[in-house]
Design a binder for this molecule. Structure first.
Ligand code: BES
Ligand code: ZN
Ligand code: ZN
Length: 483
């Protein structure tokens, strides 16, 4: 993000806090934005010309208040035209939040000039501002005072919604950022239960005894090398009985992925506390759905386990019977996500849902294919298409990969119905092909292979750690699913 220099004649103190202007354009003779006098604007234009601020996307120009309490000060941020993408708003919001944190400011008025945001865009901006304001989970020292945002054009209802959405994001992100020792499956289950109670969702937690009773041997097999027990967490947002069929969100929740006996090399293990991010995105989405009282039943299922190489660990070559009765030959214990999801999808199908989407940090191959810009999506065309649209609206972008039946040859096994790895080619697709074996073709389904679930270092736009990619995608998808 190129930044303009940030020196400016002192702004005059004004009562309503720092003024933030998001400018679509800066024409040589543009009239002053509302709230700025002609004289002030003339000074500002002169100042802009001495800096590199042209209102291009990413441009920032700011003038800190003379004292934190005076509340004066300006921030100008460029939007780069009036075609505004969600990620532009998200990035601008985080940049502004960082600046305000530096200045220790807690009241801001945000105005958009030269463009008219639609309701969804205004809400995106609000969510991004609310979330970013409390964004740095690794922040040391005193917590910042809450920031009072006023966003022009944001109606009270949207504001309430933005607050609820960002509260859910902040809460699940805290959980997602916890390390493997601090947040084993049981801990995640308790946290989910707490959220469910608060938001009036029904929450069922299956412990190992229940999992055995339910024949979830694939989930149990993944957990058996760990001292930490697995849990299957089922959250239900119910509306009235007799309504439409539920939508189901399933999340891979591996609290730490060592690879098991097919042990990962140390470098590849460093980030594997984030292998629960699919589940954490689903948890956040469920909290949002319940808090916003979405008028449609939605079920969230988190398959939580730790993948460790303990003395009881599953071995390469082991044949396990999944809940759906399909036998799986485990050739690589590091392909554990598809095993826990196989059982979770089988549970999901029992609810006779209208559609299922699963979210998982399933393969490194998806990252190799798409980088961190798009996550991969695969499955039934209708679900893939609706997710792609939600991705465009929310900025949580997904791109389709094909699930042609010919790929299924790669996971044929001489000892079981299928094996859990292919020959190394088309790794992300093979993950999808494997999962599809656990969903009858009568149930619309898609799988999202997350490539961008966490940030490895802080940037101008985001703190390091989980970003809950998928949560807003899931919310948007649920909201727009045909009744
Ligand atoms: N959790 C990993 C996938 C992963 C790695 C996601 C890095 C994001 C970043 C998953 O369980 C895994 O290890 N997958 C294997 C599959 C392979 C053994 C077929 C992989 O991608 O190498
Ligand atoms: Zn793995
Ligand atoms: Zn994994």
């Amino acid at each position: 993000m190129p930044r303009a220099k940030t020196t400016l004649p002192r702004a005059r103190p004004s009562a309503g806090g720092v003024s933030v202007y998001l400018l679509a354009f800066l024409a040589p003779h543009s009239p002053p934005p509302p709230g700025i006098s002609r004289t002030q604007w003339a000074i500002l234009l002169k100042w802009f010309s001495t800096t590199r601020f042209t209102a291009a996307w990413g441009d920032l120009a700011s003038c800190p208040p003379s004292t934190p309490s005076s509340g004066a000060g300006f921030i100008f941020a460029g939007l780069g035209g009036n075609e505004i993408h969600p990620e532009t708003l998200i990035k601008v919001a985080s940049a502004i939040s960082k600046m305000l944190a530096e200045w220790k400011i807690n009241a801001v008025n945000v105005r958009v000039c030269g463009a008219k945001l639609n309701d969804a865009q205004t809400r995106t901006l609000a969510v991004a501002l609310f979330t970013a304001a409390k964004s740095d989970p690794h922040q040391r020292g005193k917590p910042l005072p809450p920031i009072h945002w006023a966003i022009e054009g944001l109606d009270p209802n949207s504001e309430r919604e933005a607050r609820l959405v960002s509260a859910a994001l902040i809460r699940s992100r805290k959980l997602a950022n916890l390390s493997g020792n601090l947040a084993p499956p049981e801990f995640i289950a308790n946290a989910a239960m707490k959220i469910a109670r608060e938001r009036h969702m029904n929450c069922e937690i299956w412990n190992p005894a229940r999992l055995r009773k339910e024949n979830c041997h694939a989930l149990l097999a993944v957990a058996q090398g760990s001292a930490n027990e697995p849990r299957l967490i089922i959250l239900k947002h119910r509306v009235r009985p007799g309504g439409p069929k539920p939508l189901i969100l399933v999340g891979k929740t591996i609290t730490f992925d060592s690879g098991g006996l097919s042990l990962k090399p140390p470098k590849s293990m460093e980030w594997m506390k984030f292998d629960k991010c699919g589940g954490m995105a689903v948890l956040a989405a469920m909290e949002m759905i319940a808090a916003l009282k979405i008028q449609r039943p939605v079920i969230g299922i988190l398959a939580a386990a730790e993948n460790m190489p303990g003395h009881r660990a599953m071995r390469p070559g082991d044949v396990i019977k999944s809940r759906s009765n399909k036998l799986i030959e485990v050739l690589n214990t590091d392909a554990e996500g598809r095993l826990v999801l196989a059982d979770a999808l089988s549970v999901a199908c029992d609810f006779k849902p209208a559609a299922i989407v699963d979210f998982a940090t399933l393969t490194g191959a998806a990252v190799a294919a798409l980088g961190h810009v798009y996550s991969a999506v695969m499955g039934d065309d209708s679900v893939v298409a609706s997710l792609k649209e939600s991705g465009q609206r929310t900025g949580e972008r997904v791109w389709p990969l094909p699930l042609h039946p010919d790929y299924a040859k790669a996971i044929r096994s001489p000892f079981a119905d299928l094996k859990n790895t292919g020959d190394g080619a088309a790794g992300a697709i093979i993950g999808g092909i494997f999962l599809r074996a656990f969903v009858p073709r009568t149930i619309p389904w898609a799988h999202v292979d997350l490539t961008n679930a966490w940030e490895e270092k802080p940037s101008a736009f985001a703190a390091a750690g989980a970003n809950l990619f998928g949560a807003q995608l899931a919310l948007d998808w649920v909201r727009n699913f045909p009744k």
